[in-house]
Design a protein around this ligand. Structure first.
Ligand code: SF4
Length: 365
């Protein structure tokens, strides 16, 4: 069997690590990696250990499961309890705690909750179960929106009447703006921008960060050398006071993004306000179905009351996911981390998803 080396370019990794050590400013400098896969891979490859101690990396709001608002989970649970409904969802959503339950517990109590790997599977589920209402939990960012949009179109063309989309789709650049306007501007000196999202949206949506906040951005891939190149680019932009949007991931990200995917998203969805766990409601940061497709919109077709728990949190009052997601604390500052909360018994969404920051900190200590 062919040996596959995860460090595919060890010499390059060594050179980049050396350059980062040499060029990093001596004073504390903070960058944010926006994407959950970057958070995971930094720790998985042990890269956080070879960065200079004064270089701080904050995890951003780039895990779609983690940023789904508590109210979204609670309403998904209400949908699961309705007779004659089937919930179709990605696996990570099962164990995300709502105020008082999870979809996993509801399934154990008899609710029909099916795991799917794509929105298209939800369409097939609806076609196989014409007497049931199938509700797909549409969770994700710009990356997953195109395939969900294509499924809405396919359902429309096939005349399917029993498939509904409950949208928690979110847009990354407005969340980055929100973080900066909430006073994190002086703290964050550079953004490592998400490679997958950028493959859809391109470079331009990040321009405002360099222009209005004089903070550098680098779109990076997910190999060790990609992420280190991204960090080195951010250091240089910061030191030389030349903030811009550098595209390190050129093998995948085109400056204009994926125009076809952008057209498909715009055809099916309109931009709306969205509720982010940890960040609150952000204007123009979500996607909902256009009016002409309302028949597929679960919120419109099968309304359930908004559930607003008093503490608007997760199942455990001590869970500090909200602060972790707002980059106010690190997972290790949560008193439950590694004590009561672990991937096998998660108390908050940041520990559930493999892209969650608590999960990454736990697994790659
Ligand atoms: S360690 Fe667990 S309880 Fe603490 S913030 Fe993370 S997910 Fe929540």
């Amino acid at each position: 069997m062919k040996y596959v080396d995860e460090f595919r370019a060890p010499r390059l990794v060594g050179l980049l690590a050396g350059a980062i050590q040499k060029e990093c400013p001596r004073q504390e400098t903070t960058f944010m990696e926006v994407c959950g896969t970057h958070t995971q891979n930094f720790r998985r490859f042990g890269l956080h250990k070879i960065l200079p101690p004064q270089l701080k990396l904050l995890a951003g709001p780039g895990c779609p499961v983690c940023v789904s608002a508590p109210d979204f989970i609670d309403r998904a649970i209400l949908y699961a309890r309705l007779p004659g409904t089937i919930i179709a969802t990605y696996g990570d959503m099962l164990r995300v705690p709502g105020s008082a339950s999870t979809l996993e517990k509801e399934r154990a109590r008899g609710a029909s909750v099916h795991l799917v790997y794509s929105a298209l599977e939800a369409l097939l589920l609806a076609q196989k179960n014409p007497r049931h209402k199938v509700i797909f939990l549409a969770v994700g960012f710009e990356t997953t929106a195109p395939t969900i949009a294509l499924t809405v179109r396919a359902a429309f063309r096939a005349g399917v009447k029993n498939l509904f989309f409950f949208s928690s789709l979110k847009l990354i650049p407005p969340a980055m703006r929100h973080l900066l306007t909430r006073g994190m501007g002086p703290k964050i000196r550079g953004f490592l921008c998400p490679g997958h999202v950028s493959s859809i949206i391109g470079i331009k949506p990040y321009d405002f960060i360099a222009k209005s906040y004089t903070i550098g951005c680098c779109i990076a891939g997910f190999e060790p050398h990609d992420m280190l190149q991204g960090i080195l680019s951010l250091i240089r932009q910061h030191k030389d006071r030349t903030p811009g949007v550098v595209n390190q991931y050129r093998r995948l990200v085109k400056p204009c993004g994926n125009r076809r995917a952008q057209r498909i998203i715009a055809d099916v969805f309109e931009v709306s306000r969205a509720d982010w766990r940890g960040l609150g409601v952000i204007e123009a940061s979500g996607l909902r179905l256009r009016k002409r497709l309302r028949e597929f919109d679960a919120e419109h077709a099968i309304p359930v009351p908004a559930v607003t728990p008093a503490r608007k949190g997760t199942g455990d009052v001590s869970c500090r996911c909200q602060e972790v997601l707002a980059a106010q604390i690190s997972p290790v500052e949560c008193p439950l981390f590694r004590k009561k909360c672990s991937p096998s018994r998660p108390l908050g969404p940041c520990m559930v998803s493999s892209e969650g920051v608590c999960n990454a900190y736990y697994r790659y200590r």
